[in-house]
Structure formats: C-alpha cells, structure tokens
Design a protein around this ligand. Structure first.
Ligand SMILES: Cc1cc2nc3c(=O)[nH]c(=O)nc-3n(C[C@H](O)[C@H](O)[C@H](O)COP(=O)(O)O)c2cc1C
Ligand code: SF4
Ligand code: SF4
Length: 260
C-alpha cells in the first residue's frame, strides 16, 4: 500500500505513479491526519510511505501520525521523499521511526522536485524550464525505484552524515517555531469563499468566518492553502504578492503540459 501526504502535488505525482507500477492501492493521508483517524492500515504488499521534506525532515505532523497509526500485514516499509534538492536527515528519522514500530526499514529514495516553498525570499523562484526538467527527471526515476520495491530489494539513497543530524535535530524545531508564523497569511478581495483552504489544511489551522478564511496557530507552512486556492487569493505578507502560486497541476495547466 502506498501512503502519501502532498501539499502542492509533487509527492502525489510520484506516489500515484509508483503505486501504478506496483499495481497497489494509493492512499492520501490528508483526511486521516485532519480527523486524527488512527484506525489500522493493513497491507500484504510493502508499505511505501511518500512525504515531502520540510526543513530537512519529514513533516512533523506526518511523523506524529505515522508513529501512532497501526500498520499490519507486511513488516516491510519503504520511504520516498520529494524535496527541492536536499532531503536532509529524513531517511535517518524514518528508519528510527519504523524500527521503533518493530517493522523493517527497507530504505528510502529521494526525488528532486520543484521547490514549493513560497513564504520566503531566501529561495529564488524556479524558471519553468527548470521545473519541467525536475518533473521529467523524477518521472524517469520512477520505474527504477518501483522495480527495486517490486523485487523486495533495499532502496539506497545517499549517505546521511552524522554532522547533518547534529545540525538539523536542534535547528529544525527552532526554525519552525520562529520562521513559520501563520499571522501573515491573508485572503485578498479575489477570495470567493469556497472554503477549499479550510478543507485542505492538514493542521485544521484555517476557519471560515463570514465567508472568509482566518488563519490560526499552529502552521506547518506546508503551502497547501496558498498553492491550491482556485483563484490565487492567498498571500503571505508582501513576500508572495509577485510570486506564482505553485502547485503541480496548475503548472501543467498553465504550461499546457500533459502529466505523464
Ligand atoms: C515548510 C517547507 C520546508 C521545506 N524544506 C525543504 C528542505 O529542507 N529541503 C528541500 O530540498 N526542500 C524543502 N522544501 C520543498 C519541498 O520539500 C518540495 O517542494 C516538495 O516536493 C513539496 O512536496 P508536495 O508538493 O507534495 O507538498 C520545503 C517545503 C516546505 C513547504
Ligand atoms: S481557497 Fe481561496 S477562494 Fe477559497 S475560501 Fe480560501 S482563500 Fe477564498
Ligand atoms: S495554514 Fe499553514 S498548515 Fe494550513 S495549509 Fe496553510 S500553510 Fe499549510
């Protein structure tokens, strides 16, 4: 069974294509995460857990969910991470999590996808050609990864150095607490009150009030709300006003590309 969380479509893209090649079912964890639904997940085929990378780790809300949800049937668990190019210590933490569950960690694969983080000027926007290149390269990587999983072989990603863990473990919580406020999010006059942002927020951090969204704490800065608003009405302070609001399906539409 392939399990995934995806805020802006990158991880969904990879997860669905891996599941298709494995002839396995593919489950979006969003509804379960939102509802704190920890009912058991059962699979005879290996679990393949697909996640984006947030500040060099798997999203904390996903890690917390996976810690609690009972996984039955197979003991084998693979991970797939999509990132903007640096998956950090995601694999190391995934291994730790899975071993604590008494299951077999079968390794992880890293896919470099378009960086979806819009709420900072630290990362320049990617050109369309580069976005297209990353999607295409990932698409080429999918059959190899799926083949290894089908054959029951370990996935081998790059070596994670100890110094990366030494830096990331204390850095991650400080960064997320200080650098990821919800307050600067707002909806402009373009908002049509559809409520999609409320439905899509994994932390139930958005409430509709008088037909308009209101952001509360805490926020994972996943970019699901801002990336998926159908009329691009959401901004983060002045940082995002001139930026394209990334999500993969919109990118395909706007660039008249057909998803492979
Ligand atoms: C809060 C946040 C933090 C991120 N941190 C990293 C990171 O440390 N390294 C990286 O390469 N990409 C990082 N990214 C980019 C995403 O991992 C990448 O774009 C991912 O493919 C998004 O997946 P999705 O579209 O399925 O949500 C970050 C994105 C967000 C939203
Ligand atoms: S998704 Fe966009 S249009 Fe819909 S309620 Fe939220 S901000 Fe408004
Ligand atoms: S409010 Fe924060 S956690 Fe919720 S969808 Fe938006 S960015 Fe993600």
């Amino acid at each position: 069974m392939v399990l995934y969380y995806s805020a802006t479509g990158n991880t969904e893209y990879v997860a669905k294509r891996i599941a298709k090649r494995l002839d396995d079912e593919c489950l979006d964890l969003l509804a379960r995460i939102k509802a704190n639904d920890y009912s058991e997940l059962h699979s005879e085929k290996p679990f393949v857990i697909c996640a984006p990378v947030y500040v060099a780790e798997m999203p904390v809300f996903m890690r917390d969910y996976l810690k609690k949800v009972p996984l039955s049937g197979t003991r084998d668990v693979y991970f797939i991470f999509t990132s903007g190019g640096y998956a950090g210590i995601s694999g190391m933490l995934a291994k730790h999590l899975i071993r604590k569950k008494g299951m077999h960690y079968m390794g992880h694969a890293e896919f470099q996808m378009p960086r979806n983080y819009m709420a900072s000027d630290m990362y320049p926007e990617l050109e369309a050609e580069e976005i297209e290149r990353r999607i295409h390269t990932s698409w080429l990587q999918i059959p190899r990864v799926a083949k290894r999983i089908r054959e029951g072989r370990q996935l081998k990603a790059r070596h994670i150095f100890l110094f990366e863990a030494v830096i990331t473990v204390p850095f991650h919580p400080v960064w997320t607490r200080i650098m990821q406020p919800a307050k600067p999010f707002y909806a402009t006059d373009k908002c049509i009150g559809c409520g999609k942002c409320e439905k899509i927020c994994p932390l139930n951090n958005i409430r509709m009030e008088n037909g308009k969204p209101r952001w509360e704490k805490p926020c994972a800065h996943c970019m699901a709300c801002i990336g998926n608003c159908p009329v691009e009405a959401i901004e983060f302070g002045s940082v995002t006003q001139k930026k394209k609001k990334y999500n993969l399906k919109r990118f395909f539409r706007q660039n008249r590309m057909k998803a492979k």
